[in-house]
Write a protein that binds this ligand. Sequence first.
Ligand SMILES: Nc1ncnc2c1ncn2[C@@H]1O[C@H](COP(=O)(O)OP(=O)(O)O)[C@@H](O)[C@H]1O
Ligand SMILES: [Mg+2]
Length: 138
Amino acid sequence: MAKTTKNAQETQALAAELLKAHPEARWWLLYGDLGAGKTTFVKGLGAALGIEESKIKSPTFMIMEDHGALLHADLYRLNAPDLDIEAQLEEHAAQGKIVLIEWPERLSKAPSEDTIVLRFTHQGEDQRLIEAILPDSL
Ligand SMILES: Nc1ncnc2c1ncn2[C@@H]1O[C@H](COP(=O)(O)OP(=O)(O)O)[C@@H](O)[C@H]1O
Ligand SMILES: [Mg+2]
């Protein structure tokens, strides 16, 4: 799947659509540069789950934020893989939460099951290319 969005609202709507199409996806790996729209996508997915948009932020000090049905992680600040954090992410996933990870490059090993991989690319001011790789199992 690949889609170009023209504003943040379209990116949020795409997140809600993908969640609806793949409610069983456990891990959502969000690749892309700063400002590419990863957190915006998380807001859209959260909104679809009834989580207030203002609650989902770029975690400044926190690596992980627990929103109940949704766990939002941003690993940008990790200099090296952190196995303790990875164990915590696994625990949240095992509890049935949806786990969204910005900067999954920082994981020692990316989860491969029940995983949707997304790549966000800047295409000018308000345009973003969003490509999704869905495994056969989903
Ligand atoms: N098409 C778009 N999709 C997502 N965000 C967009 C889009 N156009 C403009 N923006 C803006 O770009 C910024 C993206 O920031 P953010 O989602 O925090 O990026 P990231 O988490 O990838 O660093 C926001 O200010 C958002 O309003
Ligand atoms: Mg972000």
